[in-house]
Design a protein around this ligand. Structure first.
Ligand code: ADP
Length: 472
């Protein structure tokens, strides 16, 4: 079986969130059983020398509407996985992945349309049997496969239904997509073009990143307008839980953290806390440390956190927030941080700092309003940090409350009883109580969490079954 794994971002080359982690870890796991090649755009900010990315003597002429683009092919290896890179100026010569301070790039439909069509031509040249497409940036490949390479099969994974790639009808013309695809069974969505919908329509199989989210998206509350369409395609839809690369997120191997530790040397974790508190200017490091890492959006429950912060910060705790996103949230946080010494706020994306935070923290804040899978809670398990979550989507599938009866789920955390500030404050109060009054119980829980299998092993087998399904 020859598989091409297609993503707009792959760690360590480019990462804006969980997609990049998955696009690194899953192909690595699959590569043990089948021949996997990954492919992504060669953004100009990627350091070719550092990552040993070399130019191949291959180029492809790609026609999009009236325009002809010449695409060059590069190659590297990502922990043993052959990775191809597509270079074309208008796709790659940008400072960001999808946008900059001024917002999303207006021509993203052309950029990722080009990438998707190039992927199909490259798949054909390499005799690829199955294309594994991820999110809307790659979805049009499913449509073009039907026209240009019909003997191959496609599996499309939805990592977040909230991002669909919706553009005016003219985009279809500009991309040179045949009008026959612009209908309610295809790419058309309320008179606009919806890339993700095309991915659902034309792929042989559709997956999403947790079993619970696969059910939730069939409802109005989580379906983002596509619930009816997904229901029509329910037969080919399934949820497969994400995992993480256990080697990349291992406190015993992690080069980014102050003091390495494992299950058997857990007291060393506290050195990381002291060191991070010093780095961030947080006083009294013996207090419980809560962290938030992620995009500033309602999805991640940051609106709730902001609303509750002034009261939460009156408790004897430290909070550290790292991320970027909605500017209103950023300015609200800035104001609160000016008035509270026990809140540290860092804007931006910083991989190494995120590792130092997982290693240092006692608790992770993740009160998501919806969560396709979520990786932060899995990473937290690895680092002996207890997640506080709203049990929705993948958080439902991976976290059970510390006071619940034993269950098949491996990992435990503190579950919000309601998704509001009251629920959040109560959860934090429970965490503080556990930390202060029942440290041995806390130790017992995080020790068990550290032993959970959060790898991709089991899920990779499920993907293999799905690939086989697409052929049969
Ligand atoms: P998302 O919905 O944003 O993809 P996930 O929970 O699936 O969220 O994955 C988030 C990944 O990105 C994790 O590896 C997390 O540590 C990382 N991450 C998110 N925001 C930041 C940031 N500001 N700096 C560093 N790492 C981040």
């Amino acid at each position: 079986m020859k598989l091409l794994f297609v993503a707009a971002e792959i760690y360590p080359y480019a990462k804006s969130g969980g997609l990049a982690d998955v696009a690194q870890a899953l192909p690595k796991e699959l590569n043990k059983d089948i021949v996997v090649t990954s492919i992504m755009p060669l953004y100009s900010f990627i350091d070719r020398e550092k990552h040993k990315i070399y130019r191949l003597n291959k180029s492809f002429d790609i026609e999009l509407g009236e325009e002809l683009y010449r695409v060059e092919l590069y190659q590297g290896f990502n922990r043993g996985v052959k990775t191809l890179f597509v270079y074309e100026e208008s796709l790659c010569d940008r400072s960001g992945l999808y946008g900059d301070e001024e917002g999303d790039y207006a021509d993203n439909y052309m950029r990722f349309g080009l990438f998707s069509k190039a992927v199909v031509m490259i798949a054909k040249a390499y005799n690829i049997e199955i294309l594994h497409l991820n999110d809307w940036h790659t979805a049009l490949a499913a449509l073009w496969v039907r026209e240009l390479y019909p003997s191959s099969r496609t599996l499309f994974t939805i990592h977040n239904l909230a991002f669909q790639g919706i553009y005016p009808h003219e985009a279809v013309t500009e991309l040179g997509i045949d009008e026959k695809f612009f209908n309610s069974a295809g790419i058309e969505f309320w008179d606009s073009a919806n890339f993700l919908k095309a991915g659902i329509a034309y792929s042989n199989k559709v997956t999403t990143v947790s079993p619970r989210y696969a059910q939730e998206i069939l409802s109005v509350s989580f379906g983002c307008g596509l619930e009816g369409f997904l229901e029509q395609h329910q037969e080919k839809l399934c949820g497969i839980l994400n995992g993480i690369d256990r080697e990349l997120f291992d406190p015993l191997l992690d080069q980014a953290i102050a003091q390495r530790y494992s299950l058997y040397s857990l007291p060393n974790k506290s050195q990381n806390k002291r060191s991070l508190c010093q780095e961030l200017g947080l006083e009294e490091p013996e207090r419980p440390l809560f962290i938030f890492i992620g995009r500033f959006t309602k999805q991640k429950g940051l609106d709730l956190i902001i609303e509750a912060l002034p009261q939460i910060l009156e408790m004897d705790i430290n909070i550290s927030i790292l991320g970027e996103g909605e500017s209103d949230m950023a300015s609200d946080l800035t104001k609160i941080a000016q008035e509270h010494k026990n809140l540290s706020l860092i804007f931006g994306y910083d991989e190494s700092l995120s590792h130092r935070k997982y290693a240092a923290a006692d608790f992770l804040l993740m009160p998501s309003s919806f969560e396709p899978c979520g990786l932060n809670q899995l990473i937290s398990y690895r680092y002996g940090t207890l997640p506080l979550v709203h049990r929705v989507g993948g958080l439902y599938d991976t976290v059970i409350d510390i006071d619940e009866e034993e269950s098949a789920l491996c990992g435990r955390g503190i579950a919000l009883k309601s998704l509001d500030t009251k629920g959040l404050k109560e959860a934090i109060a429970r965490a503080v109580e556990l930390y202060i009054q029942k440290p041995s119980r806390l130790l017992e829980i995080i020790t068990k969490n550290m032993q959970c299998d959060v790898s991709f092993q089991e899920s990779a087998e499920k993907y293999l079954d799905c690939y086989i399904d697409t052929i049969e």
